[in-house]
Design a protein around this ligand. Structure first.
Ligand SMILES: NC(=O)c1ccc[n+]([C@@H]2O[C@H](COP(=O)([O-])OP(=O)(O)OC[C@H]3O[C@@H](n4cnc5c(N)ncnc54)[C@H](OP(=O)(O)O)[C@@H]3O)[C@@H](O)[C@H]2O)c1
Length: 239
């Protein structure tokens, strides 16, 4: 897709990756609509991206999440893309995580992103894009983070099915399957402590790969070669 002039909703714009992505897209000439939970961070990112709409949301409120794309389209007179960078982790044995945390992880990592993209799917025109960040854990399913990995796997499956469904409409669906990124994300887990993790890629490198993937109309950003490939990883290509 052409970034310059595109009306792009970034949900999770208050996070490290979402903020850096929003700034990059704005720098490339996109009209950004920003959504995040923390009002102070949201205001600062808005300032760095230039004038435009922004509003807060909590992933627990699925109706609000679902209403985000309609609001964004109203604010900008249409919507060309939605990119969801919302997420939270939890670490611990499956028997100790508990139902409240499990439900929280599913809401933030799967249900809210799906609600935002579900609603965006009826508004984005042919040539537009729906995208969300999953993670390599969706496929590697490491011990000690079963509920986080399961929620990301649910989102990844949803994206695959939505892509098949929307192919005829000309709307692209992009899975952004990131490896560990040095964003401090693991340290913000709702519970537990991350196991020793390999050195992550820098946030800027993740953003490079996301923007490459968006520009190339890729279906997958992650380990691999070519547009959207995350160079530090090389197990799976853009397809
Ligand atoms: N960093 C990694 O190693 C890594 C690897 C693979 C995939 N990912 C994925 O990449 C995405 C961005 O992560 P990041 O590294 O940028 O981490 P981050 O800085 O912690 O960003 C997380 C984002 O999710 C939002 N969020 C969390 N709980 C929420 C809730 N209840 N309601 C609404 N928003 C909520 C945060 O909002 P506030 O800041 O406003 O609270 C923030 O915008 C996530 O989907 C994450 O799962 C990260």
């Amino acid at each position: 897709m052409e970034i310059r002039g595109a009306r792009i909703l970034v949900a999770g714009a208050t996070g490290d990756i979402g903020a850096a992505l929003a700034e990059r897209l704005a720098g490339l000439g996109a009209l950004t609509v920003l959504v995040g939970r923390d009002p102070g961070r949201l205001a600062r990112v808005r300032e760095r991206c230039g004038p435009g709409p922004s509003r807060t949301f909590d992933a627990w409120d699925l109706d609000a999440a679902e209403g985000t794309a309609a609001w964004a389209a109203r604010e900008l007179g249409g919507l060309d893309a939605a990119v969801v960078c919302v997420g939270v982790a939890a670490f611990g044995p499956v028997g100790e995580i508990g139902e409240a945390v499990a439900e929280h992880l599913m809401a933030v990592n799967a249900l809210a992103p799906m609600a935002i993209l579900r609603s965006a799917s009826t508004r984005v025109p042919p040539g537009g894009l729906l995208a969300a960040v999953t993670g390599t854990v969706a496929r590697s399913a490491p011990a000690g983070m079963a509920d986080y990995a399961a929620a990301k796997a649910a989102l990844a499956t949803w994206l695959t099915a939505a892509r098949r469904e929307l192919r005829r409409t000309g709307v692209g669906v992009l899975e952004i399957c990131l490896p560990h990124v040095e964003s401090g994300f693991a340290g913000r887990a709702v519970t537990g402590t991350a196991p020793p993790l390999p050195q992550g890629i820098p946030v800027a490198e993740a953003v490079d790969a996301i923007v490459d993937g968006m520009c190339a109309d890729a279906r997958f950003v992650g380990p691999g070669e070519g547009a959207g490939a995350v160079p530090a990883m090389s197990k799976r290509g853009v397809s």
